[in-house]
Write a protein of this length. Structure first.
Length: 301
């Protein structure tokens, strides 16, 4: 049997892609014309990545009536937060973490690869009050999504001890050519950066860019190592690293999960911990958190 692992078929090999999908080649290009099939055009040729075709097929599988999809693994994906990481560990829930950014967390939730996703999203033109709610409503493949508040937290610029460059705003960062550590595309902190630049009427290209860092603690390490001058992260990150924090905004940091998973024992154990005095005490210790809303339902289908 021929192996297609990792393969991409070009337009000149469209027949091979059609054969793989058991379609006529004409039907394949009808789907291309309507934007109904995953493909990309490079130097005038259509490419059909095999892995994307597989996902496209699997997304269309019709489940027999009454057959539930398998339970997702007990992993909380999405954004990283020091208090969330601590709470998952101390709650005894058995939930693991996979911090890759808010956008990636929503993707994994839709694919059934995590049981919940932590998100803190920001929009450029419409304010941030309901950015998380809007994103959940638009996650078409998770029609039973529930949004629970974890905390409100303070975001800002993490800078070197004493703030040697005197940074106070994103405009200062740009004008003083401070090397700004970035977060990956789709991460909440990166979306906040884009919103701040838009408000300041400044292009992203004007920023003196430092390294791309997976999490807030990685930003702190880049600053301590001299690879960056600043970065956007929660106050708790600066506190833990012994760095200076310049506040910018308070934001909602929420958890998204499917309604059918809400009552799974590990999640219920974690939710009970949210209302414990331990979480509140830890939040006061590290600073920059409002836990009064922890566990509240912010959106339900």
């Amino acid at each position: 049997m021929q192996s297609y692992a990792g393969q991409r078929w070009s337009s000149s090999q469209g027949g091979e892609a059609a054969d793989y999908l058991r379609l006529k080649e004409r039907k394949l290009y009808d789907l291309v014309a309507t934007g109904s099939i995953p493909c990309t055009k490079v130097t005038g040729r259509w490419l059909f990545p095999k892995a994307e075709l597989d996902r496209w097929v699997m997304a269309s599988v019709v489940q027999p009536a009454g057959l539930m999809p398998p339970d997702p693994p007990l992993i909380v994906g999405g954004s990283h937060d020091p208090l969330l990481e601590w709470a998952l560990r101390e709650s005894g829930s058995g939930l693991a973490t996979l911090p890759e950014g808010s956008g990636r967390g929503l993707e994994r939730l839709a694919a059934g690869e995590v049981v919940a996703a932590a998100i803190h999203l920001h929009t450029i033109n419409h304010g941030d009050a309901d950015a998380n709610v809007a994103a959940v409503r638009l996650t078409a493949r998770v029609t039973d999504a529930v949004l629970l508040a974890f905390v409100r937290r303070e975001q800002g610029l993490v800078v070197g001890p004493g703030n040697p460059l005197g940074l106070g705003t994103i405009t200062d960062v740009v004008e003083r050519r401070a090397r700004l550590a970035l977060r990956p595309k789709g991460a909440g902190a990166q979306l906040l950066l884009l919103a701040l630049l838009h408000k300041a009427e400044t292009e992203f290209e004007a920023v003196a860019r430092g390294p791309v860092c997976p999490t807030g603690p990685d930003i702190a390490q880049a600053i301590r190592a001299g690879r960056a001058d600043c970065g956007i992260a929660p106050r708790s990150v600066a506190t833990a690293a012994g760095l200076t924090f310049v506040p910018i905004a308070w934001e909602s940091f929420d958890l998204v999960l499917r309604l059918r998973d809400y009552f799974r024992p590990p999640l219920q154990t974690f939710f009970r911990f949210l209302n414990s005095g331990e979480l509140a005490a830890r939040a006061r210790e590290v600073g920059g958190y409002d836990v009064s809303i922890a566990g509240q339902v912010r959106y339900a289908p």
